[in-house]
Design a protein around this ligand. Structure first.
Ligand SMILES: *[C@@H]1O[C@H](CO)[C@@H](O)[C@H](O)[C@H]1NC(C)=O
Ligand SMILES: *[C@@H]1O[C@H](CO)[C@@H](O)[C@H](O)[C@H]1NC(C)=O
Ligand SMILES: *[C@@H]1O[C@H](CO)[C@@H](O)[C@H](O)[C@H]1NC(C)=O
Ligand SMILES: *[C@@H]1O[C@H](CO)[C@@H](O)[C@H](O)[C@H]1NC(C)=O
Ligand SMILES: *[C@@H]1O[C@H](CO)[C@@H](O)[C@H](O)[C@H]1NC(C)=O
Ligand SMILES: *[C@@H]1O[C@H](CO)[C@@H](O)[C@H](O)[C@H]1NC(C)=O
Ligand SMILES: *[C@@H]1O[C@H](CO)[C@@H](O)[C@H](O)[C@H]1NC(C)=O
Length: 422
């Protein structure tokens, strides 16, 4: 503003001098008008380019030019309407633009502060915050960032047996994997389901009401966890199935999951603890230490470290192979893995699936392989029950990239215009 108004004054002065010098004769009037129009166009042009409020100058100089000359130009003869409108518009534009510019800077500042908190070590992040005049206490939280250290610590506690060998608090442990009537009678299943859900087996990784989850999800998840976490992994009666993830080049991640779901089904049927081994998608620098090439890089391991150790120990024992205490993927045909029976331990819960697919006006209540879909959902839900800190960080990064800027905008809108000045 300061700059532009002083600019205007100098130009005005030049223009008035010129007008005085030339305003006495007719041809010169033409010159003046021509000159003024040139100035006017130039100033409008500059205004458009820079959004400076130079209009005041335009009006003054135009009225000076008009005095001796009746022009047919509408714009000049009627300064009130079109030109005054333009003036206020441009002033608003100026305000709007500078406000938008400020907002843009604030958003960029907040976003880059969140970026440094996400990507840098805390020392480097603090250094960055200081360099832009912020501190942790004045930095609003990014609503989409999870505290990965804290949540993986909490999950570890929920997923571990206590030192005194009791199960985690959420398991209503009864001493053995349930032996309930695996009946397909609907009445019995209903009773059983009711019993189970009211008993409060609550695997903490299952959220939402039972109605929002597949039938028997809480029960099945709890049983899977207990099956995969025997109290004493050295118990000689335990048997193991050690399986690599599929690595054939044509296999996408979905096929790998489906294959492992089949192997988990086999493990449950044969009462073996499933131990997953080489996972090519975790075979990279991001997966540090023992999590390299392992499912445990992304999600909590499918079984305890004790059981993994025990399984690998057994693999070195000829006796264990001979007695089929340990088996590997190669011991099963691909038909068994990909199309084998799913565990019937829980009856036919899929018959309670809420039908949602409508074809030709009627809801489809049953379709081919509905049981397999139910099982794969359960198996994957179990395998992915807790993200590791690494995966949590990847998700944070993905959310930050996808909508960090938008979130910064919303957060700033709720903070008022004072931030970052307190
Ligand atoms: C200028 O306009 C005024 C008012 O519209 C009119 O009275 C006058 O005659 C005009 N002068 C010339 C030179 O056209
Ligand atoms: C122009 O503005 C003056 C005062 O600002 C007002 O009296 C006049 O009615 C306006 N003319 C038109 C055409 O709006
Ligand atoms: C400037 O902003 C105001 C309020 O935010 C709005 O009403 C007006 O239309 C805007 N003007 C321009 C030229 O964008
Ligand atoms: C296991 O330890 C927890 C706390 O450390 C205790 O509350 C619980 O009673 C113990 N359970 C058994 C079976 O000793
Ligand atoms: C686990 O079982 C083995 C073999 O039965 C036994 O030697 C060991 O003491 C048990 N460990 C615990 C902690 O009970
Ligand atoms: C399983 O496969 C291994 C090697 O692939 C073999 O040594 C072992 O005998 C097989 N076990 C059974 C029960 O087929
Ligand atoms: C839908 O219904 C129409 C008429 O009842 C029938 O001609 C058509 O084949 C049906 N389509 C499917 C996919 O069942």
């Amino acid at each position: 503003m300061e700059v532009s108004s002083s600019n205007q004054k100098t130009i005005e002065r030049v223009v008035s001098q010129r007008a005085l010098q030339m305003g006495s004769s007719f041809p010169c009037q033409i010159c003046v008008v021509g000159f003024l129009c040139g100035v006017c166009i130039a100033s409008l042009f500059i205004a458009a380019l820079t959004s400076f409020g130079t209009f005041e100058f335009g009006r003054v100089s135009l009225s000076m030019g008009i005095t001796p000359w009746n022009s047919s130009s509408n714009i000049i003869s009627d300064p009130n309407t079109s030109i005054e409108l333009k003036e206020t518009e441009r002033k608003q534009d100026y305000d709007n633009n500078s406000r938008q510019e400020q907002d843009g800077h604030r958003i960029a500042l907040l976003y880059s502060a969140w970026s440094s908190m996400l990507r840098e070590s805390s020392d480097v992040a603090d250094e960055f915050l200081r360099s832009v005049g912020l501190s942790r206490s004045t930095l609003p939280n990014a609503p989409y960032l999870e505290n990965c250290k804290l949540s993986s610590e909490l999950n570890r506690r929920l997923d571990n047996q206590a030192k005194n060998e009791s199960f985690p608090p959420w398991v209503s442990w009864k001493g053995a994997l349930d032996t309930h009537p695996a009946s397909s009678s609907n009445e019995q299943l209903k009773d059983f389901w009711h019993q189970e859900t009211s008993k409060g087996s609550n695997p903490p990784w299952i959220t939402g009401s039972d109605g929002e989850n597949y039938p028997l999800t809480r029960k099945v998840q709890r049983d899977l966890w207990i099956h995969q976490h025997p109290m004493n992994c050295s118990d000689p009666s335990l048997r193991f199935l050690v399986a690599d993830w599929e690595t054939l080049p044509g296999f996408g991640i979905g096929a790998q999951f489906a294959g492992m779901c089949g192997l988990l089904a086999i493990a449950i049927r044969e009462k073996r603890v499933l131990v997953t081994n080489y996972y090519n998608r975790a075979d990279h620098e991001g997966c540090k230490g023992s999590s390299r090439s392992s499912w445990a890089c992304y999600f909590f391991p499918e079984t305890s470290q004790e059981c993994r150790d025990r399984a690998f120990e057994l693999m070195r024992s000829e006796d264990a192979w001979a007695k089929e205490i340990v088996t590997v993927k190669q011991n099963y045909t691909s038909k068994e893995i990909w199309a084998g029976r799913i565990p019937r331990r829980w009856g036919n819960p899929w018959s309670y699936l809420q039908p949602t697919t409508e074809i030709n006006g009627s809801l489809i209540t049953y379709h081919r392989k509905i049981d397999r879909r139910w099982w794969r959902a359960q198996a994957l839900r179990y395998l992915m029950r807790y993200r590791t800190e690494y995966t949590c960080g990847l998700m944070n990064e993905a959310r930050h990239t996808a909508f960090g800027k938008e979130a910064a905008e919303h957060v700033l809108a709720s903070l008022g215009r004072d931030w970052p000045k307190v």
